[in-house]
Design a protein around this ligand. Structure first.
Ligand code: GDP
Length: 295
């Protein structure tokens, strides 16, 4: 299960704290050392882990303990609040344009789950009464268009494709079609590569300049930990993304990506992928994720 190691270690640290009754500053500091180690072992970015425990320590040492809580429970409460804040605080929605369609450009490395998540997002939007259109903008992998068509038919959502025509042209045509047919969301699947390279970035930039997406969502695989955070940082520097979809949270990810992406990039995680099926998509709620981590 995701976050298992982290959850166990945090719980052990808090158990020791709870056995103490009244807490000294040293008790809190010792517990935070354990929390920091647990975060590092969960592959959380070093600076993020350090800043996090510093902040919790400052708050916990100076805190007035609420009457209903023991000092240790107060520390856990502060950790819960700070974990939630670390992951962005509240839920972050898709951007609504003044007039439809909203244009969502999906990008990410190959294998991150980009095409699957185009389908998941389309299905979620459809279930909320919207009329999404999927766009096959990955023209390099022969199977990519077919894969999007399969996903589209499973989601009951139309797929616009123009074979191996230039991606910018495909996207422009798709948006024209969406306006004609009353689609209020256009979801563009773009090409991915095994690694970030200039050619890929230039193409994504060209699409961005041509269609002015309302959202640029980066799909990253949570299982890749800090690497996912590095990928997010690079894509954000090049494309100024509006958010992240964190996939494969159903696996045994240690949690580092979920906990560091927001702090490192400043961009919110908007959705979480929790399985291979099209229904396995959740709006990302930082508070619920924090509760899950704290067990
Ligand atoms: P793309 O190359 O980025 O378009 O990635 P795909 O959409 O083809 O997905 C790559 C693999 O990851 C496929 O086998 C998907 O079924 C799988 N996958 C995608 N999202 C998830 C997820 O949230 N959880 C799990 N367990 N597998 C996923």
């Amino acid at each position: 299960m995701a976050f298992e190691g982290l959850a166990d270690k945090l719980s052990a640290a808090f158990k020791r704290l709870k056995s103490k009754g009244k807490l000294s500053e040293d008790d809190v500091k010792e517990a935070m050392r354990e929390v920091r180690l647990a975060l590092l072992e969960a592959d959380v970015n070093y600076k993020v882990a350090k800043d996090f425990t510093k902040k919790v320590t400052e708050r916990a040492v100076g805190a007035e303990v609420m009457e209903s809580l023991t000092p240790a429970q107060m520390v856990v409460k502060i950790v819960d609040e700070e974990l939630t804040a670390l992951m962005g605080g509240g839920e972050t929605r898709l951007v609504s344009p003044p007039s439809p369609p909203a244009i969502i450009m999906m990008c990410g490395l190959q294998g991150s789950g980009k095409t699957t998540h185009c389908g998941k997002l389309a299905k979620m939007l459809k279930s909320r009464g919207h009329r999404p259109l999927l766009v096959a903008g990955d023209i390099y992998r022969p199977a990519a268009i077919k894969q999007l068509q399969v996903v589209g038919s499973q989601a009951g959502v139309a797929v616009f494709e123009m074979g191996t025509e230039k991606p910018v042209k495909i996207c422009k045509e798709a948006i024209r079609r969406a306006k004609d047919y009353g689609n209020d969301y256009v979801i563009i699947d773009t090409a991915g590569r095994l690694q970030i390279d200039e050619v890929l970035m230039e193409e994504l930039h060209n699409i961005k300049d041509a269609v002015h997406p309302t959202d640029i969502l980066l799909v990253v695989d949570a299982m890749t930990g800090q690497e996912a955070v590095n990928v997010a940082k690079t894509f954000d520097e090049k494309l100024d993304i509006t958010g992240v979809i964190l996939t494969k949270l159903d696996g045994d990810t240690r949690g580092g990506a979920a906990l560091s992406v927001r702090a490192v990039t400043g961009k919110p995680i908007k959705f979480a992928g929790t399985g291979e099926k099209l229904d396995d998509l959740e709006v990302f709620h930082p508070d619920r994720m924090a509760s899950r981590i704290l067990g």
